[in-house]
Design a protein around this ligand. Structure first.
Ligand SMILES: [Ca+2]
Length: 185
């Protein structure tokens, strides 16, 4: 499943100030975990918060300089354990993996002139082989519906679910068809 930060992603930045929104994804079954992989990432603010480093108690260092950020949580709400540091900047972060059944993405815009634009996909997976699942080269297992999908999403993280060779044996369609355009064949 692909998500965009907003509907005009890749055309205009999302610039609303003081946004705090979240999206929680549940894995396909109880035994599964959730991975999120960014495909495009741009999250920052041109100017830090006007209240000159108002340090919220408990946070000593802020890697995003009081600017906008994305934070993942290892569960179904913001009371769950945060996964990693707040993410910001222009470099695509590493894939984020839940340890349980849920993964929550939170987007916060702070400061002045926030610039937010990202695209990514959630994948439900499990470690270890079980029947209706496809075994990636890297040891993950993903639902077989994600193998050779039309949008050419790398759900495994190593490309093996979209490979033309075994075990996926995808029929090679246009390799660069991405981003959910359901065009004509
Ligand atoms: Ca796929």
């Amino acid at each position: 499943m692909i998500i965009n930060s907003h509907s005009d992603s890749r055309k205009y930045y999302f610039v609303s100030m003081d946004t705090d929104c979240r999206l929680t994804m549940q894995a396909a079954s109880l035994k599964d975990k959730v991975q999120f992989q960014f495909r495009f990432f741009l999250v920052y603010s041109l100017l830090p918060s006007s209240q000159e480093t108002t340090r919220s108690p408990g946070t000593h260092s802020d890697p995003c300089n009081a600017g906008s950020y994305v934070q993942f949580y290892d569960g179904k709400d913001l009371y769950s354990e945060p996964l990693g540091l707040p993410l910001c900047g222009k470099t695509i972060p590493r894939p984020v993996l839940s340890t349980g059944n849920y993964l929550t993405l939170r987007l916060v815009t702070r400061g002045q002139q926030p610039r937010v634009d990202f695209v990514g996909d959630f994948t439900s997976f499990r470690i270890g082989k079980s029947e209706p699942y496809f075994s990636c080269h890297n040891g993950k297992c993903i639902p077989s519906s994600l193998v050779c999908d039309e949008q050419n999403i790398d759900n495994c993280g190593d490309g093996s679910d979209q490979a033309t060779g075994p075990p996926a044996n995808c029929v090679s369609v246009s390799m660069d068809r991405r981003g959910g355009d359901q065009g004509k064949e």
